[in-house]
Design a protein around this ligand. Sequence first.
Ligand code: DGJ
Length: 532
Amino acid sequence: MLLAVGVRSQGTKAPIDIPHLQRQGAATQLMVHGKPFLMIGGELGNSSASDLAYLKPIWHKLVQMHLNTVLVPVYWELLEPEEGKFDFTLVDSVIYSARQHNLKLVLLWFGSWKNSMSCYAPLSIKTDQRRFPRARDREGKALEILTPFSEENRSADVRAFAALMKHLRAIDGKEQTVILIQVENEIGMIPEARDHSEAANRAFAEQVPAELLGYLQKHKASLIPEFHDVWSATGFKSSGTWEEVFGKSVHTDEIFMAWHFARYVNAVAQAGKEEHPLPMFVNAALIRPGYKPGQYPSAGPLPHLMDVWRAGAPQIDFLAPDIYFKSFSEWCEKYDRSGNPLFIPEVANNQSVANAYYAIAKHNAMGYSPFSIESLENPETNQISKGYEVLQQLAPLILANQGKGTMAGALLDSAHHQTQLHLGDFVFNVRHEYSWSYARRVEGELPRVGGMIIRLSPDEFLVAGSGIIITFAVRGDDGAIAGIGMMEEGRFVDGRWSPGRRMNGDQSHQGRHTHLPGDSFSMQKVKLYKYQ
Ligand code: DGJ
């Protein structure tokens, strides 16, 4: 499954050149028109793409903020207003507008589930519970959630999604405006960890499918530790009912649901890929600290359930986190495991875009995307705009270096004031700029800052980001000292470095360090040397 890397995304109809995932060293990159592409993105608010007049002025704003990719919902109810009759007006208009603005699209299929609920299912489905059954709580009360234990529900979603993908192939197969698809949105069971409908209860009493157990046995040595721990508690039982194999707890309820959600989504993705095999992913609402299954949207593509999702949904190329918590780096770590490529489809739009620099450099992220991007004020000068302007310039260099061990990222805030990075022969001590008494500062909590370092040659480095101070040392113990040969700010123009000011005086504390001021995003080229 995951990782249709090195080949076209899985599916049967793929004679045309199509966006796909490809491995470069330790990284997975999204290839568009045969070249790696970094998604400098933003996701539209949920309702913004349902009204073309509302959407019209937004496009220009996105360009002003230096995006190259927009994540846009496709609403099942509006795509299929009548059963079997599809209306592609919104989709077509979004694609044509994106092309006019030189933007790529990630389409979000708001199908059976959106943030756990089935609010985007067509009314004809919502109002026919007999044919399209709901999940139920343990008292038997119906929820506004389509049950994944229904063939009818799945087939209805499959048909609509396949129609969408078929249409995309027809109108966009050549242009490749749509480069990636999110299947459903933040799937999860709430307020209980599992569905208690009759069909769900029957499935829960059955044996754990051999497909799942076979996968777990085969990957036992590399299972995600949190999942490994749950299974180890029963001595890695290799057959039996769900409660026999995984124990009697809400964790088992969640594992059971994750498997069935994954199977359902896999069928939807497969039908879509048979029409147009774009790479596809699912996104997760993350867990608040201390919450138990049932208290958070459970059974989604969460880190501790990665193995279950990978086993159940081989058509899904990767799992992605929606990061609204401050603990950005921890969630990146959790999703950058087991070969899962990192893409961040949603992040709170008030978080520093230094996050993007860090995720792209440290975790080889394929892209980054603040949510409700269009709601931000001052599109020409806000921090996302400033950060993205520099990131756009850097994209070719980043893409050439991802996965090769020649890039490093730092993210600092009130909990982490400094970090040490290593590239080639040198050590980079990265500190929050507030550690330097001359830095301009704002009152209140220490702002999040960060950036990336790219090794250009054994003694030349490009540093980019905001709010950091970097000092240099030589790796090893031969007593050599790292000297700063020269430092210059600059820009990339058409992919070539165009130097600006030399920074060897006050701007670098007379050659003691590199400083990227926190009121903007900038980059500098640094040439180091060694002396004794
Ligand atoms: C996460 C969801 O995926 C989005 O569609 C939206 O509902 C945001 N939450 C709102 O914060």
